[in-house]
Structure formats: C-alpha cells, structure tokens
Write a protein that binds this ligand. Structure first.
Ligand code: DAT
Ligand code: MG
Length: 131
C-alpha cells in the first residue's frame, strides 16, 4: 500500500517508479479508501498494540493505493526497498527515508511473509483483478 500521507503529498508516481525500477511487476492495483472498520480488519494482528487505534484512524484518513507485486524473493526485497518502520532508522535511498514523515505516517506498507502477502492480496483483489 501507498499510505494516506504519501498519497496526499503527491508521491504515488515517485513511489511506483521506485518499485518498478527495483524490478517488481505490478499484477494488481487500485486507488481506494479504507473505512476505520476495514483498516481495523487489515491490521487485526496489531489489535493489542498501543498504537492500534491511531493506526486505524490514520489508515482511514484518506485514499491509498493498494497493489500486488511479483518478484523473486519479493517480501524480503520489498522490505529492503521500503526501509525500516521508523524513517529515522531507514537507510538512505529507501522509500521511507525519502517519503515517510514519522513511524506512524510512514508512506508505505509491505507484507512481512508470503503467507500474509497472500492474505493481504485477497483483502483487496479478486482473482479477476490480477494480470
Ligand atoms: P511495518 O509497517 O514496517 O511492517 P509494523 O508491522 O511493526 O511495521 O507496524 C505496522 C504499522 O503500525 C507501521 O507501519 C506503522 C504503525 N506503527 C508501528 N509501530 C508504531 C509505533 N511505535 N507508534 C505508532 N505507530 C506505529
Ligand atoms: Mg508489518
């Protein structure tokens, strides 16, 4: 996902360009907005964390871009491309170093495992929306 802060800042194009340059193939994509309830469902694994309410509020505060990406070693390579959760700790040249504002408003989401990538892709896309 390209998160609400990055969409509001006009960075959709910049971020997609970095993703494509890094060798990821976009196999599904949409511009949409989560309700607080849907954001809560997407981030259900974090429901016990102290920042969960803030996270759901933020993720439903404006439109986002959701995409499914394909590449060898995609999960690990995408997490390298986006950088650390807190942009203060993200390496130079990563998406979060360039575009994130804070640990909460951190520009992009990346799946943390192949299993969760499949669950998250199914959250947004049917089989007829992937090419
Ligand atoms: P990541 O997005 O790098 O996988 P995560 O899964 O630990 O990080 O957390 C999910 C999101 O929750 C993260 O992108 C931003 C928010 N978040 C994480 N830790 C936070 C914190 N300490 N304070 C506020 N928001 C936080
Ligand atoms: Mg995560």
């Amino acid at each position: 996902m390209i998160k609400p802060d990055a969409v509001a800042d006009g960075n959709i194009g910049n971020i997609l360009a970095m993703i494509e340059k890094a060798g990821f193939k976009i196999v599904a994509m949409k511009y949409t907005r989560l309700s607080a309830g849907l954001a809560g469902k997407f981030y259900e694994v974090h429901s016990e964390r102290p920042f969960y309410g803030e996270l759901c509020e933020y993720m439903s505060s404006g439109p986002i871009v959701a995409a499914v990406l394909e590449k060898n070693n995609a999960v690990e390579d995408f997490r390298k491309l986006i950088g650390a959760t807190n942009p203060a700790n993200a390496e130079d040249g990563t998406i979060r170093k360039l575009y994130a504002k804070s640990i909460g408003e951190n520009a992009v989401h990346g799946s943390d495992s192949d299993e969760n990538a499949a669950i998250e892709a199914n959250f947004y896309f049917s089989q007829f929306e992937r090419f």
